[in-house]
Ligand binder design. Structure first.
Ligand code: NAD
Ligand code: AKB
Length: 317
């Protein structure tokens, strides 16, 4: 049975992944950690939790010894919009945090899961069905840290034999924890706007296509890649994974199938629009499908039905 430490466990992915990992591997075998403890009581109370800054190698080493950890899900990071506002902090947390985790993993022979992002691509990358192995010249601090992170993980695998594995997530949509400062956050907020007010003001232009994924598929990817037979992995890190590509107008049209009077208006945020413009419209995920059997369950229609159904039920009390 794996013994897992999750960093950034109270964020959008961690708050759901930690609960799933506890169901799969046992509550006491999954240690949640984060730099804060003021949100997501469910994660804090459903198993062991410790405050930890991922840049604190000594603290991380101690926890790994005490809890006999063999696998780290490293989710602590700043997302694209926040890292663009605070680039120095973005570099520090995303790069020095990852370096610390990899060093501690090397010393303690832990496997590491690290999510990269569509943000690791840039304006010179092919925009449609972006292949697994494509040029990566991102124009944002987030993207720079994601490409450097992918390379660092490859290096730790080849040089030191650290079992690093990861995927390039698209924008993730979930109905539990709000997104943490990204460019794709609109695709979550739009459902809340639709259910609460029948209206949403979008910060990206209506025809901005981006790759997206529903959280249950993202969690499945995180578990399956760490369970995959290592012999079948040719890429190991930064597998493209995808399930749908849409723009705000497409999403609004699907919402109108359930809420006919739903209205969308636009108030463009130039920083996030520039980030979105520099990212692919859609990814190609052949390597993940062939090397470890990746296949998503949700498309835009099914996700919209599930999101709206869940939020309506919650609103009804
Ligand atoms: P999030 O912002 O929701 O959560 C990040 C968590 O990290 C927060 O709980 C925060 O408190 C914590 N944190 C911040 N600094 C820390 C530090 N120094 N030490 C310890 N914890 C710290 O992010 P998320 O959406 O859950 O993303 C997790 C990972 O997945 C990130 O690497 C992100 O780049 C990647 N990713 C996310 C998405 C997405 O759409 N959510 C898409 C692609 C990739
Ligand atoms: C962001 O928008 O920053 C994230 C991502 C796609 O990496 N959701």
């Amino acid at each position: 049975m794996k013994r897992i430490l999750v960093s950034g466990a109270l964020g959008q992915i961690g708050s759901e992944l930690t609960v799933l990992l506890r169901q799969l591997y046992g509550r006491d075998n999954v240690l949640a950690t984060d730099i804060r403890d003021d949100v997501n009581r469910e994660v804090i109370e459903s198993g062991p939790f410790e405050l930890l800054d991922c840049r604190d190698g000594k603290g991380l080493s101690e926890l790994i010894g005490i809890h006999r950890i063999d696998t780290i899900y490293h989710l602590a990071a700043l997302l694209s919009a926040t890292a663009e506002q605070k680039p120095q902090m973005g570099w520090d947390i995303n790069i020095n945090g990852l370096y610390t985790v990899l060093e501690v993993a090397r010393e303690n022979r832990c496997a590491v899961f690290i999510p990269s992002s569509i943000g690791s691509f840039g304006p010179t990358t092919i925009k449609d069905h972006t292949p697994q192995d494509s040029p990566q010249r991102p124009s944002s601090m987030y993207g720079v840290t994601k490409v450097a992170g992918e390379l660092l993980c490859d290096y730790y695998y080849h040089k030191f034999g650290v079992d690093t594995r990861g995927v390039r997530y698209p924008g993730l949509i979930s109905n539990k924890t709000p997104p943490g400062g990204g460019t794709t956050d609109y695709a979550v907020d739009i459902y809340y706007g639709a259910v609460e007010k029948g209206h949403y003001t979008c910060f990206l232009k209506g025809d901005t296509y981006l790759d997206m994924m529903y959280m249950p598929d993202a969690l499945k990817a995180a578990v399956d890649i760490m369970e995959a037979d290592p012999a079948s992995l040719r890429h190991r890190n930064a597998f493209n994974v995808t399930s749908m590509s849409f723009c705000p107008e497409d999403q609004a049209a699907y919402i109108r199938k359930h809420i006919p009077n739903f209205e969308i208006s636009y108030d463009i945020d130039p920083v996030r629009q520039a980030l979105a413009n520099s990212w692919p419209n859609s990814l190609e995920d052949y390597a993940a499908r062939v090397e470890w059997g990746w296949a998503p369950d949700f498309g835009l229609e099914m996700m919209t039905e599930d999101m709206l159904g869940t939020l309506e039920k919650r609103k009804g009390g």
